[in-house]
Design a protein around this ligand. Sequence first.
Ligand code: LMR
Length: 397
Amino acid sequence: MFDRLSALPADPLLGLITMFRDDPNPKKVDLGVGVYRDESGHTPIMTAVQKAAQLHMETEDSKTYIGPGGVIGFVEGIKSLVLGADSSALKDNRVAGLQCPGGCGSLRVASELLVRLKEELTVWVSDPTWANHIPLISSAGLPIKTYPYFDPTTGGVNFEAMEAQLSQLGPKDVVLLHGCCHNPTGADLTFENWKRVAELAAEKGFMPFVDIAYQGLGDGINEDVQGVRYLSEKVEEMIIATSCSKNFGLYRERTGTLLIQTKSSENANAIQTQIQDVARANYSMSPAYGGFIVDRILSDNSLRQEWETELNAMALRVKSLRGGLLEKIQARGIEKDFGFITTQKGMFSYLGISKDQVIRMREEFSIYMADSSRINVAGLNTQCLDYVADALKTVCE
Ligand code: LMR
């Protein structure tokens, strides 16, 4: 029977890992998969994570199951990290929360919860969106449509077009929003834009579904969630999927949370049982380890301070690489205006070059990026900026 199934092409992002690894060119540059890298190209384990892991190892005395919700302290810690200590929804106990296997796990459980509503919902995603959103959500059985988002002429958001589309939506629509550091474009909504989205959600009744995987890697831990917090105050119900892959560097630990903001604490209790049931039917329970680490960091003042300092340094490094790359590009007099590189936020920038040019960057210069021309800015380092800018000049001529 299995011989009826043929091999699939490599995943558009994960396939780049293998291609890069197998490239013998010593000058190769990996701007593909979204992982933070330091100046030497290494993805370090954050110091606070190392310390928390050490403490955890010294104190963990059992490997028994921890229960269907995951590490409770972790989930509660993430609720406050995202929504803030003053959140009305948190004060009213209106937010159900589940530890999930990474941001992907959270997105998937949320999608299956939406299917359970039997409402013939449509999920709207930004054009473009993260490459895995569409397969992940649609394979749960939800139809997907796109709303206009990126403006290639400015490298920012075409909010007018987005607003016009959202104004047409209603209670059978779910709108997936990137909480900050939009993946793949780096083009973020302004706070004013968030306010308008909140107004539209409240007025038209569509459900906001926020994916937030880069909190702290844009303008700061609190600054990056200003829009999400505003939204949470203005709408009764919303979904938030979070990930600790990037801001805690816990990529392989698959550590995420799903938060469902509901109308009442009674409803939150009911939804808690539903999301746990979705998890149980899929994989039973999340791996606990990442949750224990993050719980320790968020609940210990000194570890938390250390984590915040390190995260800020990571964000600053990415910002300075943005400035450095733009400077090198401008020095070469490339006709295309790449000024957006320094206004886009987070780890990604959408270069706006064609797929053919992306392939030339890869084949002629061993510079790897997603086919969409998304680069992981954190994959740059001060040594390779000239090389990357030269290559860009060649393919843009
Ligand atoms: C990315 O966008 O490159 C990362 O989130 C890794 C992934 O799983 O796609």
